[in-house]
Design a protein around this ligand. Structure first.
Ligand code: NIG
Ligand code: FE
Length: 404
């Protein structure tokens, strides 16, 4: 098979075993074989036998190269928008009050149920293109605005079909446990029975990569979540959880007992929760867009996470209610300015640790054997990706070895 060489670049490999910051290699070379990286290192050390087999030479023009960005927590597929609630909040209502009054997630459920698959496909594709324009090559998309079999299926199928016209990989998460739909009002446990049915059907149809839930005062309690996690485990599906976003509900401890890939949000995480996550190897997915947009004041406990060695990822949480955001670069900036992550933590949060939050060990770093998903940036140093607020320095994206 012919090999492709990319040289004249500086590579932020994000390898955790590398000595310097970002795993940075000045004057790097990357050799691509098919969909994978065959070699990554300083150009001067490229074996001449390998160089001799490279039939295509790309000049990266001095660009910075990073792994393809991974947005590991999104609700990208939905109908309608919630600009009106944004206005209500500016007139004094809170996110929780709007939700209790039948707005919030429930209003998006209504618009998503009434949208056709084609309509959802069109609106989601637009949002996806905005993310890809900033170097996203892998994205997780949740269901959770259907809350009934046919509509959850519609959302997951739309998500799964997006790569047919876009050079991106989509991982789908079943989020039937997002809210109680109106037809189950006051009967949460019966709705959980329905979720268990949906999970089994959608899993049999091959539409589910992982299972998520919203463990919260305005979501589900830990007993209800545990029934769904137990079912996921029996099906061999990994779990994750929207945990401790608005209160400390003990969701992190529960999810960790089920070996969760990630716990997400975590503003109210306590030390026991952080310890449980560390022991289970669960990733903390921080969502500064939701913190910013809901004007939360309680920061996730970054020092606790660092102290316990919990890997941190960051993501857009792209959704109509708490984070209508389609810029992962903006989220990296917010992670630094609002959450005080270092630019290196922020970049690891959308590459190496985001891959881990999805249970993917074939990407997220630039190294031989990993997928050839990478981005060329018009940037001298990696911190510029977090620093340059509102600008997009992406030059090119390579997805599975091919220039997009
Ligand atoms: O991740 N917290 C629950 N789910 C979403 C918000 C969904 C919505 O408001 O539509 C989140 O923030
Ligand atoms: Fe979310």
């Amino acid at each position: 098979m012919s090999l492709q060489l990319w040289s004249n670049c500086r590579a932020a490999t994000l390898r955790s075993d590398a000595s310097g910051s970002y795993g940075l290699i000045e004057d790097a070379a990357l050799v691509v074989q098919g969909e994978s990286l065959a070699w990554v290192g300083p150009r001067a050390e490229l074996p001449s036998a390998l160089l001799g087999r490279c039939t295509v030479h790309h000049d990266a023009g001095g660009a910075l190269v990073t792994p393809g960005l991974i947005d590991c927590h999104t609700h990208l597929v939905y109908g309608g928008d919630r600009a009106q609630e944004f206005e209500m909040r500016l007139n004094g209502a809170s996110y929780e009050e709007i939700s209790r009054a039948g707005g919030g997630i429930a209003s998006t459920v209504q618009s998503t149920r009434s949208a056709s698959a084609a309509e959802l496909q069109r609106s989601s594709a637009k949002r996806l293109e905005q993310l890809m324009n900033e170097g996203v090559t892998t994205i997780e998309i949740k269901s959770g605005y259907g809350l009934a079999l046919e509509h959850e299926r519609k959302m997951l199928m739309v998500a799964r079909q997006l790569p047919q016209c876009h050079s991106v990989e989509v991982r789908t998460t079943f989020l039937g446990m997002h809210a109680i739909p109106p037809e189950f009002d006051g009967r949460p446990d019966e709705y959980v029975d329905a979720v268990l049915q949906m999970l089994s059907t959608l899993h049999n149809e091959g539409l589910v990569d992982a299972v998520d839930g919203f463990c919260e005062r305005i979501g589900f309690n830990t007993q209800q979540m545990e029934r769904v996690f137990a079912a996921a485990k029996a099906l061999g599906l990994p779990v994750k959880l929207h945990a401790e976003q608005l209160s400390d509900s003990g969701g992190a401890q529960l999810a960790s007992r089920y070996g969760a890939l990630s716990c997400d949000h975590l503003e109210w995480l306590c030390e026991d929760g952080a310890r449980a996550m560390a022991e289970a190897g669960t990733v903390a997915v921080l969502l500064p867009g939701a913190y910013y947009f809901l004007r939360e004041t309680r920061l996730p406990p970054m020092d606790l996470l660092r102290r316990h060695g919990v890997p941190m990822a960051i993501s857009t949480d792209s959704n109509p209610g708490s984070s209508p955001c389609t810029s992962l670069l903006l989220i990296m900036n917010m992670a630094c300015t609002l959450f005080r992550l270092t630019p290196e933590e922020a970049l690891a949060g959308v590459t190496r640790n985001a891959a881990r939050a999805l249970g993917l060990n074939d990407r997220g770093v630039l190294a031989a054997g990993r997928r050839a998903d990478f981005v060329l940036w018009d940037a001298k140093r990696p911190a510029q990706l977090c620093y340059a607020l509102g600008s997009n320095p992406r030059l090119k994206t390579v997805f599975k070895g091919q220039l997009v």
